[in-house]
Structures are given as C-alpha cells and as structure tokens.
Design a protein around this ligand. Structure first.
Ligand SMILES: [Zn+2]
Length: 154
C-alpha cells in the first residue's frame, strides 16, 4: 500500500510517496488539495504495476490540466523506467533528479546514487563511477545508458 506524506511550503506542496503502487490507488484522496506547484518525491517507491500506472496518469493529468506545475524529484529506478516507457508518464511535468543504479566491480553490491537531471545533461549524460559503500572497490552504472537516460534526450 502506498503512503503519502504531505509538506506545504507557500504555494508549493511536496508529497513523498512510499511503498509499491500496485493497485488502484485513490491519489485524489491521498494527496488532497493541490496548490500551484506539486513536487513529487518517489525515492521510496520500489515498484509500480500497470494498474498503478493507470491511476498515476489519471491523477497527474487531472492535476496538470488544472494548471498545476508538476516537478518530479528523487525518482526511484522503478519510476525512471516508467518515465522512459510511457511518454506522458510525467503529464508535462519536469524531472528534477533521479536515482541511478550502480553495481560494484569487486563485491557486486548494488547501490543507487542521486543525480540532478541538469547535472547529467551538463555532463553529456556521462555517469561517473562512484565509490562502493561496502568495499574499497568502484561501482559502475548498472543499466543501459541510452535506455535509462533516454527520457533526457527526448
Ligand atoms: Zn564493493
């Protein structure tokens, strides 16, 4: 079951979603009144299935149609996959930052790193290696760049 934590800051509402989005979710009820800007943080959304995607798109298209500015931040890898697969997944909103999967060369640990989309674009969509958090080894990007970062080239 997905949980929503709301945080209002002036004319902006930030919602932090956590849990898998796998059934018909009543986002209208969960999110409540939305002001001029809605920031959506999905760091803790591990999965979303086709039913969840339908509810997601219906809700965000409705909000966007009312003139609300949508900003998606700290997108989990599951959400990034959907952004790449479904062209209107963000309903015209912007994607501020995403989690990127890494795998360690030495201990095979799987890690994630947060990157701002502006920084990725400025770096020519090159994702640098990162220090493994579990051993002295180097962790490298663990997906297909053209696919995982495809939405940034649209
Ligand atoms: Zn390691």
């Amino acid at each position: 079951m997905v949980n929503v934590v709301r945080e209002t800051n002036g004319n902006s509402l930030t919602i932090r979603l956590s849990g898998p989005i796998e059934e018909s979710v009543n986002f209208d009820e969960l999110v409540g009144a939305v002001p001029g800007e809605l920031r959506i943080i999905t760091k803790d959304v591990p999965r979303i299935n086709s039913v969840g995607v339908k509810a997601w798109i219906k809700f965000f298209q409705g909000v966007s149609a009312r003139g609300v500015k949508l900003v998606f931040a700290e997108c989990s890898t599951a959400i990034v996959e959907q952004i790449n697969l479904i062209s209107n997944f963000t309903s015209g909103g912007s994607v501020e930052s995403i989690y990127v999967p890494f795998a360690c060369n030495q201990c095979k640990a799987e890690l994630i790193g947060l990157f701002s989309c502006d920084a990725l674009k400025a770096a020519g969509l090159e994702i640098p290696d990162v220090q493994c958090s579990k051993c002295p080894g180097k962790a490298v990007f663990d997906d297909i760049p053209e696919e995982y970062l495809g939405f940034l080239q649209r």
